[in-house]
Design a protein around this ligand. Structure first.
Ligand code: SF4
Length: 378
């Protein structure tokens, strides 16, 4: 392998990784331009140093309570501007709670809520939503509301970002998802998502959440107009905040999907680009424990391959996902825990079910296969 690393001109980077010396932005740019298999080998080595062959997943459900949104992100296929638009929806609290009640016999460990930015709902809608979920399933972890939503709540309801987080936590919020980060570079945000919170505020909200004791994740939407330098900048800003707080659990690259949105003329990222992004993330983000492939976005086959390119987490069962499927994703609507274990095993890795905070769930639990496939509420 040394010969191959030398041929790829990555000997100095490999030596620094061996010595535990942190890579810099210039290294990140070089890695993006390097031979894919050599890059993958290096990323896999870092992955195995941390996690050996273990590959994590969880048993989760997505609940999107509303897709009404005042923002106009060009890549978004999910949002509808007005409540009267034909494809808009806003669940009543009972409808949202029923999605959890109807899965009473499933060993779910996480509810993941992400919404549009609805201009007319009261703040109590969100706190009641959380409190109701906790009443129905006190054991389930609530990972809800992106930093973009938190910023929107603060502006709409006249609160500080910290006040919003404290009130959501008091109602039952356990952690923040990593959505809404897109690409931190101002040039990209101005073009693709100019009317939602900027990168500094996104990072500041996660800093505050970590200070208040919550964990969170961080995403990066790749494969559209961003440059390699902007991808690396996104990773460097993430790494800097993680140095301060240590609160990020996973870095999650999200593949841009071009269907049904205003960027439909752009091609979707290739499989090799997807593998490259995950591998570079593993090498650059030395202080973030996990790199996750969101199989809904990458496709199942590429997600399996990514397990040899730095990835150690495949998200979860992801029942009820709408955001990527409205953008043209052809992946299944959900996978059972049995299917996830199988696809990890046949990729040559060891499946480990976890909860949101990466506590390992014993394997002798009910699998939930039957409940996931039969009687899915709409
Ligand atoms: S990405 Fe989020 S904030 Fe942007 S338009 Fe879609 S739902 Fe609204």
């Amino acid at each position: 392998m040394r010969t191959r690393i030398a041929a790829a001109r990555l000997t100095d980077i490999a030596d620094r990784l061996d010595a535990g010396v942190r890579l810099d932005a210039e290294d990140g740019v070089r890695l993006f331009a390097s031979d894919l298999l050599t890059l993958g080998w290096l990323a896999n080595r870092e992955r195995e140093r941390r996690h050996a062959g273990r590959t994590y997943f969880n048993h989760n459900i997505r609940i999107e309570a509303t897709n009404v949104c005042v923002a106009s992100c060009l890549f978004c296929s999910f949002a509808r501007l007005r409540p009267a638009d034909p494809e808009s929806f806003t669940l009543s609290l009972e409808q949202a709670w029923n999605k959890l009640r109807q899965r009473a016999d499933q060993p779910l460990t996480e509810v993941h809520v992400v919404n549009g930015l609805h201009p007319d709902l009261p703040f109590a809608y969100y706190t009641d939503l959380l409190a109701g979920f906790k009443r129905i399933r006190p054991d389930v972890h609530l990972k809800c509301f992106t930093a973009v939503e938190v910023a929107f709540f603060a502006d709409l309801y006249g609160m500080s970002d910290e006040q919003v987080l404290r009130e959501l936590m008091a109602a039952g919020l356990d952690s923040l998802p990593g959505g809404g980060a897109e690409v931190f570079a101002p040039r990209v945000r101005r073009k693709i998502c100019h009317d939602k919170c900027d990168a500094d505020r996104w990072l500041s909200i996660h800093r505050t959440a970590h200070t208040l004791g919550m964990r969170s994740n961080v995403t990066m939407l790749y494969g559209h107009i961003e440059t390699i330098e902007e991808r690396v900048d996104h990773m460097m800003r993430t790494r800097a905040l993680q140095d301060e707080t240590g609160g990020f659990q996973a870095f999650i690259p999200l593949a841009f999907h071009p269907d049904n949105n205003q960027m439909r003329k752009l091609p979707a990222p290739s499989a090799s680009d997807t593998l490259r992004v995950h591998a570079v993330a593993r090498l650059m983000l030395d202080n973030i424990p996990h790199v996750k492939a969101f199989w809904i976005a990458t496709g199942v086959d590429v997600a399996q391959t990514s397990l040899w390119f730095g990835v150690d987490d495949l998200d979860g069962t992801v029942q009820e996902e709408h955001i990527y499927h409205m953008a043209g994703s052809t992946t299944p609507e959900a996978l059972t825990t049995k299917e996830l274990r199988h696809l990890i095993r046949v990729a040559g890795r060891e499946p480990v079910e976890r909860d949101t905070l990466y506590n390992v769930i014993p394997t002798d639990r009910t699998d939930g296969l039957r409940e996931t496939r039969i009687g899915i509420p709409s």
